[in-house]
Write a protein that binds this ligand. Structure first.
Ligand code: KG4
Ligand code: ZN
Length: 350
């Protein structure tokens, strides 16, 4: 089954064609990152206008690269929310128009289910093994930080969530405090590569609770006070080595907190066979190596999105999720979904 996926929930415009929820025949991503480097963040109105300009070219390229004709597409999957409303409308309007003109089924997909499906994506020639349920998935992005225990693509439960900021937000806000360029997460991670991660102490959030929830706002505040105190003591925080070590210590604290709560979850869900880490922050090298070690210790298979572009927002994961929904929840096909900027978390697996 060939699914054409469309994702436009934030600043990216992406169109992909995926076969049977796994083999990525094409995945085109147009990013307006360069524009937002100038503004230091996403300007919603501008993002949506860029998406209107890019959508048709992305669609054409996705079809050309996959060497697939519209008549061979079996269904269209599109991100229905959450996201920036104008951006979501560009994607869903395109998807609705294509479904009507090509006479194809339309599947509206929750953005998070896309991320949860991203560990299934592979290149057509790859013969790596299929993930096996039950799967414990940590989804860490700029908008959410959730832990899911699933026995199939669409059944299971949310096992934990952040009580304040998302993990990606912690990276982004930390980068802003350190004066690093947008996008903050990758900038901070790059700088951290050259620093000493034990140089500065950060607290361990929620360490007194046996919870599977997360909290990042305290880490961000600690960083703010650390910078204030260092400056007060006459230390130049803009000196490269100092800044790199602050970044490395802060990144390590985020990862330590994620690992601590993942450990609790692994004990709470002993039936889990695999640990998956998805979402934009899953591109982080330190997080990948820490999670690999944790999974090994617990005898779990660990998986991350197989390519960096499948960690951050992309249409291939939406096409995969559309396929899994069509298999497990056929009522999702042609469901008259609304485009919701703040989609309910209860609807992720629905
Ligand atoms: O999943 P995503 O592309 O968009 C949302 O759905 O939010 O995630 C974007 C987030 C941003 O906060 C970005 O800073 C973070 O992922 N991110 C990273 C890295 N690459 C992206 N954070 C840490 N290290 C990275 N290498
Ligand atoms: Zn995302």
């Amino acid at each position: 089954m060939y699914i054409l996926g469309i994702e436009s929930s934030c600043d990216e415009t992406s169109v992909a064609i995926v076969e049977d929820g796994r083999a990525v025949l094409s995945c085109v991503i147009a990013s307006s990152l360069a524009d937002f480097q100038k503004t230091g963040g996403v300007v919603p109105e501008y993002a949506a206008r860029r998406q209107v300009e890019c959508m048709n070219a992305c669609l054409q390229q996705a079809l050309d690269r996959a060497a697939i004709k519209p008549q061979d597409i079996d269904a269209i999957a599109v991100t229905r929310g959450p996201g920036l409303l104008g951006s979501l409308l560009v994607g869903t309007t395109t998807a609705r128009a294509l479904a009507a003109v090509w006479q194809k089924p339309l599947i509206g997909v929750h953005h998070t289910l896309g991320h949860l499906s991203s560990t299934w994506l592979a290149q057509p020639a790859e013969s790596n093994t299929q993930p096996q349920f039950p799967v414990l998935t940590l989804s860490v992005s700029g908008g959410h930080t959730d832990l899911w225990y699933r026995t199939s693509h669409t059944s299971g439960q949310r096992a934990g969530t952040t009580r304040d900021d998302a993990a990606g937000e912690a990276f982004d806000k930390g980068a802003t405090l350190l004066g690093l360029p947008y996008p903050g997460g990758p900038s901070l991670a790059k700088l951290a590569d050259n620093g000493a991660e034990n140089a500065y102490a950060f607290p361990s959030p929620l360490s007194k609770e046996q919870t599977t929830d997360f909290s990042f706002s305290g880490l961000k505040t600690s960083l703010k006070y650390l910078l204030r105190d260092l400056k007060r003591d006459g230390i130049d925080c803009d000196q490269y080595d100092t800044k790199a070590s602050i970044a490395a210590s802060y990144q390590a604290a985020i990862c330590r907190h994620l690992m601590a709560k993942l450990s609790v979850a692994i004990d709470r869900y002993p039936q889990s066979r695999e640990l998956h880490i998805v979402g934009g922050v899953s591109a982080n090298k330190k997080l990948r190596s820490d999670a690999t070690r944790l999974a090994e210790r617990h005898g779990l298979v660990v998986r991350f999105p197989s390519k960096g572009i499948y960690s951050t927002d992309n249409a291939a994961m939406m096409a995969a999720a559309g396929y899994f929904l069509s298999q497990e929840k056929p009522e999702a096909i042609n469901h008259p979904f609304m485009t919701k900027a703040t989609e309910n978390v209860e609807h992720v697996l629905a």
